[in-house]
Every structure is written in C-alpha cells, then in structure tokens.
Design a protein. Structure first.
Lengths: 655, 262
C-alpha cells in the first residue's frame, strides 16, 4: 500500500479525493531501485476521463511487461486541487508511486483532442518542468506526445521533446532501448534526443525549423544543420567513436529523417493488451471492460480523421477477443463490457462474437453495451437481447441533411437506409431515435440544413403511417436531433476546407431550428446544438503551425484550463490571447487553402498519400462523386504499404 | 443463503465515497468467483446491502454488508426464504454447499482492494426487519484529534476536563442547520459513552459510543465540535480522524453476534 502524498487536510478539501490516491486493483507497483526507466503516462484531463481511455492501458501493459521499466499514470488535477498544489508548491506526482513526475525519465502525454492543450501546460507547470523543450535541463524528463493530435504536432511542438507518430505497439520498446543505451553511455539530453530520432516514427521538433512566406503560409520545413551544434558536431561525438560505442555513434551521427513515417502494427493479435485492466475506485466515464475489435475503418468519410490516420482496417481474431473478454472480466470483477472500434458493423465476425458474449460467456450477469451499429434486422435482434427496448434508442449518424451533401462527405448512408431501419425498429417496439449531424460542411447550403428537419419529419411519418395505433402502446415517437460544427482536420480530404465565423455557425443552427419548428410533427422532434466558440479554437489548433504555441501559453498563463469542459471554457481569455500574440484567426479558420499549399503537418507520412486526399477533395467538391469503401474497391490511398489488413482481403465486389 | 460479511476499510481507500465503495466491493465479490445472486431484469444488480454508510475520510474496523449467495442454506428455511428461492427458480437442495467461513473469507479477501479486509462471515436469516441496515442502533468509534502544532491556539493541558463536563451534563444543545430550517437538538441522549486521553505525541484520543443508524444518528464530528467548544479550543475538522470500530443493534450486540456460523 502506497501512502498518498497529499495530506488528509488537502484530500478532505477537494472534490473526489479518490482521483489522487492510486492503489487501485490491478495497478502495478514496482521497486524503484529495480527498474532503469521511470515512465509517467499522462492523459491531460480529469481522472474519470483519462481512466476511460484504452490507449493508455495498452501502453501501461506494454511498458510494464518490461522488467527494466515502471510505467505509472498521471491525470490533470481538477482546478480545486490544482490551485492548492500551486499555492503550497506541491509537485505533480504519478499515482502509483505518488512520487514527483519531475524525477521520471519520460513524461508521455496522450493528445486525444485539441482542447486539452492548456492542460498539457498545467501538467508541465505543476511538475516543475519548463514549458519550452529548448529550456529544459538534463534533470527534466523527456516529454513525449502521441495520439491523434500528434499528427499535427506543430501548435504544441515547442512544448515537447519528442512526438511518437503511430501505434505504441510498434516501436515503443525500441525507443526505450535506445534511450537507455544513450543515457547509460553518458549522452547529453540533446544527444539522447538525437539518438531517439533514429527510431522510425519519432519526431524531435528541436531539430526542425519552419519558414514562412510573406502571406503567412508555410514556405519550408527543414532539418537543422548539426555540423555546428555543440552537442552533435563531429567533435562532440568523438567520445563515441570507438568499437564499443559504434552503434550509438551511428545513431548520433546519422542524418535526421526528412519525413516522419507513421508506425502501424501488423500483429494486433499478438500485441500486448490490458487483460488485467485497472479498476478505478470511482466511477470512470467508461466504467467497463473495453474490447477493441478492430482498428481502422474502410468507410472513407471525408471529414473523419480517425478514418484516415488509422488505416488500414485490421481485425482482431474471434478467438483472441473471446480470450480477452473472459480474462478481463475475470481479473477485474467488472460486470459490463463494451466493444470499441470505428464502424463496428464492418467487423466480419460480429455475429459470432456477439453470440458468444450474449449466450456463451461463462459467468453471467455481464451487461453488453453495444457500439453504434448499422440499423438492420441483425442489429435490432442483438439490441433486443441486451437492452430494454422501451428505454433504449436507435442512433443514426447521417451527418448531413440531404443526399447531395452526404455524397460530398462520402457518408455511405441513404435516406432509404434510415427510413427502412427506423421502420424495422418501430415494428420491434422502439420509438426513440437519435440523429447526429454536422453543420458547416463544405458546399453546404440552407437546403441541406433544412434537410435535417425534413429527414426527422420523414421518420415521424414512418412511425405514424406504418405503425397502427394499437401497436404503439401509448408511445409517441421521440426524435432527438443533435448537430455539432464541422472542424477540418489534417490528413483528411477536407484539410483544404475553410471554416466559418462562429456567428455564421449559429445562424446555420437557427436555420435548422426554425425549420424543425415548421414541421408537422415538430413537437416530437427535439433539436440540440453545441456552442460555436470552442469550435473556432479547435479549428485553430487542428490546422495550426508553431506560431500558435505562443497563444496557448498566453491563454494558460491567463487562466485557460480544461477548455473542453463547457463550464471551464473562457472565450474571452482566448480572444485576448489572439490579440496579444498577433494571431490572425481567419488565417487558420476561414481562409481557403490552395491545392498546392504546404501544410505544417506535411512532413509526416501517415501512409495515406496527399495525392489521394487531394483527389478525394476534388471528388467531393468539384465532381461530387462518392468513393467506394475499401471492401468494395481499393482506391489506392497508400495504406496498402503497411502490408496487412483489409488491403489483403480477397475483393468480392459489392457489400 | 444470506451471508453477513464484516469488513475493514483502512488506508487510502478511506477517501472512496460510499457509493463508489459499494461498487468496488461488488467488483471484489464478482472477481472472487463466489456465486452471488442477482435481481432479474435487463440490468441485474447483485443482491447486497450495506449496514451503514461511511463518510469520505473515515476508516472502519468493523462494518457489515449482507450478500445473498447461491449456496445451500444449512439451516431450515423460513417460508419467506423458500418462497424467494422459488421465485428465482432455485431449489435449496440443488445448490452447492457453502465453503467453510474461513475458506469463504480467504477467497473473498484476495479479491478485495488493499485496505479492505474481510474479517468475519456468518449466515443470517431472511426474517422481516433483519436487514443489516435496519438493525443498526449504535456505533463505536475511535477518534484521533491531532491539529497541526501551529493551528492549536491553546495547549491541550486541561482540554480533557471537557469530557467529564460533557458526561456530567444532562443536556448538550447544538444548533442544527438544514437547507430549510435551523433547530436546536440535544445530543446528550445520543451519547452512550465518551472518554478521552492524551497520547505521547500530544494528540487527543477518544472512545465514543453513540446513536447511529436510520432512526437516530450522531456524527462523531459533531461530538468533537461540542468538545472543542467546551474545552475552549478551535475545532479543526481536518485534524479529526475517525475510525469506526463496530456497529451494534438495540441490545448493543454486534451485528455479527446476530448471525449463525457456517
């Protein structure tokens, strides 16, 4: 049992003190004297959110399998504790050992959404680590970022020593080995970082410099010259020029990679998986066992970053998943299990897997929470087995209100799919439907916006026209329409798209709202939309360059924190930050990009080619053509070079 | 078969609130593989009920939870028990025999988080009004009051005389504020026994037996607040460490004493 580092006085003053005490079932405690590498793995948000994230659990499992490494967890202290820690100068600590992050070898930070960037600075601040990588000393941990937002690392590049581009299952071990080798050989911090860049997929921002055109766009992104570098010049490296250090010398003197290549696992079935998941004391947002059935997606929706950066689709085998499910439930005592993946209906063994989970899973009383499935007779049958039809609702994500716009975004769902799916569900006793849309998509017009209301109305009509009154059991159809605002993301066909001003977004939402109100069954349709201010910030961060870093630092220093929490988001701090740092918001948001503009993230090779993305952008906006999914026809995106996955399934044509 | 489990909650886990703690305990039972019974429906829940909630920050050496297991009850079943089993589609004679209580405690203990030990298990009948929660009338507490040196305005030399004063008082009025009203309450009848001593470190240690449960409930912190007032020292709620030692029924028997061995 590790004693909490926070005093009783502090723990009793803060909300949910159990966030900070560690000691959870299945958390891993090692003897610090018996390990060589201390790794603090951080999710820069509150404990309940961070504990729900599968990626960290995979890394935790993977690193702790190494005898020489102890991986621990770190989450953002909630503002109540954050203030106390700053006032009383208590350094941020890792949960397992309750010891300061400052003394670790690595601080890994997963970047799952752009609005966590001020939380990254909070973690550095409370840890006592300088914000800027260039200002860090030999004693500071190596701060490494990863996750989806690392695919455009530039807005936060100055705060990180390294970025890990790709899946942890691939080169994390190699990276730890190189780090240990370089450190134990007496390398300086800068030399260690240089050695790490010889591991594929590792990006060290200190060694790259952007330059800009007078109009503000990126002119070049170049590697620095190491010849004159005090740590990396020939003279500095002479100490390593001997037989024993040969391997290290080669790393230190090698050329920096021009492109950073995303690392893709081709052995998912053999990779480490958290079969003994940590069981939080307090209820996490996703308080259940998570089974990642597949990685990647065949669909190719043009707005979706995950659909591109996790290509190609790779499935886990049925046997592997059955074993994981049993082991995880047994080792944790959890009574709920959820499946995780993009477009889960595309998992080919889904019927067998669900059948096993529902009927065969040894040890009963396990609730299965289903991912959003394509609504058809199969999924309705499964749903009726695991949830109360009367209480549950159907979910559709048409994303756009008209077929024209759905074709533009390549969302392969038709109005007919939605209406037949709804009808089947209504016949099965469901009467609640949730619909998700985006506003602000490229080429969108008022007709598309009004189309959202019309689609909702048509679903109402299916219910009232097709379900006889005596079969409705007194229930009125209940439709919830939610819209969010579209944010163009790097490495998607829409990375060239322009955004709108926040006020225009709200006008669009009002267009939807008034059209909903004009519908015959408007009382049965509930419309919800998000605030647009966070959208603008997300847009700046998503496609920003290194000049945005100053804005993030300014905003953090002036009180911005937990920006993804509506209650904590202060638009006025950010407006002040844009102004003080001279940031032209429109340059990042509303500006139209030329086809040949060099983007800040173009030095990363995600294995989906820029040419493919550009073709898709043109097919969307000029030709208005849909692109078949990976199982129908290969569109030559480039992911085939990963050597595994859907690209190598025999093509049967059609669905 | 309903089994009453006596458990501890000590160390860091004391910062886990009651609702979350119940969930952890349930996961522990599930993890242990012991065959707990569940309610019917789409979201079945384990048939378990805790005797008394414990506030965040408080430890216990002897709290109780009753859990129903699919074991063959070695004692003759009451009509109610037989009926309930029948409702679940179970027949007592067809169920496996329970392990010895020692084995039961070992299996369960290994699945629990650190700081949670299961110290006792007994069989309890399903008689009306026998639910652990309904039985609790009194609780025993150990209290440690250890303010930081600089916050103690006055040394504790004479403070303990306030204990004698409180014991000899016939009433101890406090002002109780709720959202809606303010009323005066006499807590003296709720205190069964109260004694204190100074420990070598200079902190104060108390033993308290007081009313606890759904009909009348006295918080240890309230007693300490009154004590500090009578002793003329400032009350610092964060300097108070509460350890519950035992839960008792109206005859001042422990809840474990009401069960039968298995």
């Amino acid at each position: 049992m590790i004693k909490p580092v926070l005093s009783n006085r502090i723990l009793m003053q803060v909300e949910k003190p159990a966030r900070y005490i560690g000691n959870e079932v299945n958390s891993i405690v090692k003897d610090p004297d018996q390990v060589d590498i201390r790794f603090a793995m951080c999710f820069p948000d509150v404990y309940e959110i961070g504990m729900s994230h599968l990626g960290i659990q995979i890394i935790y499992e993977q690193l702790n399998r190494r005898k020489d490494t102890w991986c621990e967890r770190v989450y953002s202290p909630w503002p109540d504790l954050s203030e106390i820690m700053k006032r009383e100068q208590i350094p941020l600590f890792a949960l397992e050992s309750q010891s300061p992050v400052k003394h670790f070898d690595f601080l890994g930070i997963t970047l799952q959404y752009e609005l966590c960037y001020t939380n990254v600075l909070q973690v550095l601040d409370l840890s006592g680590i300088p914000f800027r990588a260039a200002e860090r000393s030999e004693e500071d941990p190596i701060v490494m970022g990863g996750g989806p937002c690392a695919y455009n690392p530039e807005p936060i590049a100055p705060f990180f020593d390294l970025f890990y581009i790709g899946e942890s299952e691939t080169v994390m071990d190699a990276l730890m080995d190189v780090y240990k080798r370089a450190r134990d050989a007496g390398c300086t911090r800068r030399q260690i970082l240089k050695a790490c860049t010889t591991v594929s997929g590792i990006y060290c921002p200190l060694f790259y410099e952007p330059s800009y055109h007078p109009d503000g766009t990126l002119r070049s992104f170049e590697r620095i010259h190491t010849a004159g570098d005090p740590d990396l010049c020939e003279e500095a490296l002479s100490a390593f020029r001997n037989e024993e250090m040969k391997d290290l010398y080669e790393r230190l003197s090698s050329e920096l990679p021009e492109k950073i290549v995303r690392q893709i696992s081709t052995t998912l079935d053999k990779d480490p998986y958290p079969e003994h998941p940590i069981v939080p004391f307090i209820k996490a947002t996703q308080d259940r066992v998570v089974l990642e059935i597949q990685r990647g997606c065949i669909r190719g929706c043009r707005f979706c970053q995950a659909g591109m950066i996790y290509r190609p689709l790779r499935e886990r085998s049925l046997e592997t998943l059955k074993n994981y499910a049993m082991n995880m439930l047994e080792s944790s005592g959890y009574e709920e299990l959820s499946l995780s993946s993009l477009s889960s209906s595309d998992y080919r063994n889904l019927p067998e897997l669900l059948d096993f989970l529902i009927t065969e899973l040894p040890g009963q009383h396990v609730n299965i929470s289903l991912p959003s499935l394509r609504i058809d007779n199969f999924s309705l049958d499964v749903m009726s087995k695991v949830q109360d039809v009367k209480k549950s609702s159907l979910t559709f994500a048409p994303e756009a209100g008209t077929q024209r716009l759905r074709d533009v975004i390549n969302k392969g769902i038709t109005e007919e799919d939605i209406l037949t799916g709804s009808l089947a569900a209504f016949k099965g006793g469901w009467y609640k439907v949730k619909l998700y849309f985006m506003l602000g998509l490229p080429t969108e017009t008022d007709e598309d916006r009004r189309g959202i209301a019309h689609l909702a109305q048509k679903i109402c009509e299916v219910y009232y026209d097709e379900i006889p009154k005596e079969d409705r059991q007194g229930n009125a159809v209940d439709i919830t329409v939610s819209t969010s605002f579209f944010v163009p993301k790097p490495f998607t066909p829409f990375q060239w798209a322009s955004m709108q001003h926040p006020s225009d977004y709200l006008d669009d939402a009002r267009t939807v709202k008034s059209e909903v109100r004009a519908m015959k069954n408007q009382k049965r349709i509930h419309y919800k939309y998000h605030d647009a201010q966070g959208t603008e910030l997300e847009g700046i961060m998503a496609r920003g360059d290194r000049r945005v870093a100053a804005v993030i630092e300014y905003a953090y220093r002036h009180g911005a924190l937990f920006d993804s929490w509506t209650d904590c988001f202060h638009y006025e701090i950010w407006q002040e930050a844009y102004e003080k740092c001279g940031l032209d918001v429109d340059f990042y948001t509303t500006r139209a990009r030329n086809d040949d503009e060099l983007f800040p993230w173009d030095f990363i090779d995600v294995k989906v080619s820029r040419q493919f993305l550009l073709n898709e952008w043109h097919r969307a906006t000029k030709e208005q053509m849909i692109t078949p999914n990976c199982r129908q026809k290969c569109s030559g995106c480039g992911a085939l070079s990963a050597g595994e996955g859907v690209c190598f399934e025999s093509k049967k044509g059609g669905e | 078969m309903r089994i009453r489990i006596r458990f501890t909650k000590r160390g860091p886990v004391r910062y886990v609130g009651h609702l979350d703690f119940m969930r952890c305990f349930q996961k522990g039972i599930k993890k242990s593989g012991l065959p707990a019974l569940y309610s019917a429906g789409f979201s079945p829940h384990m048939l378990m009920s805790f005797a008394a909630p414990l506030a965040i920050g408080e430890e216990t050496l002897g709290d109780y939870v009753d859990v129903d297991f699919a074991f063959r009850d070695p004692y003759p079943l009451s009509e109610q028990e037989a009926y309930r089993l029948h409702d679940m589609g179970l027949v007592n004679e067809d169920l496996p025999l329970p392990p010895s209580s020692a084995e039961f405690l070992k299996t369960l203990g290994e699945a629990m988080p650190e700081g949670v030990e299961v110290t006792d298990a007994c069989r309890v009948g399903l008689i009306k009004g026998s639910k652990a929660m309904a039985l609790v009338r009194y609780a025993d507490y150990d209290l440690l009051y250890a303010p930081e040196p600089d916050s103690a305005s006055k040394p504790f030399e004479d403070a303990l005389s306030a204990v004698d004063f409180m014991n000899s008082s016939t009433e101890l009025m406090i002002r109780k504020k709720t959202k809606k009203s303010v009323r005066d309450v006499d807590i003296r009848p709720m205190i069964v026994s109260f004694s204190g001593e100074k420990d070598p470190s200079g902190a104060l240690r108390f033993s308290l037996r007081c009313a606890s449960g759904s009909s009348e409930n006295l918080k240890p912190a309230t007693v300490m607040e009154v004590f500090c007032e009578k002793a003329g020292i400032a009350f610092d709620p964060y300097a108070l460490f509460v350890t519950r030692r035992e839960l008792l029924n109206e005859e001042m028997k422990t809840l474990a004493e009401l069960g039968m061995p298995f």
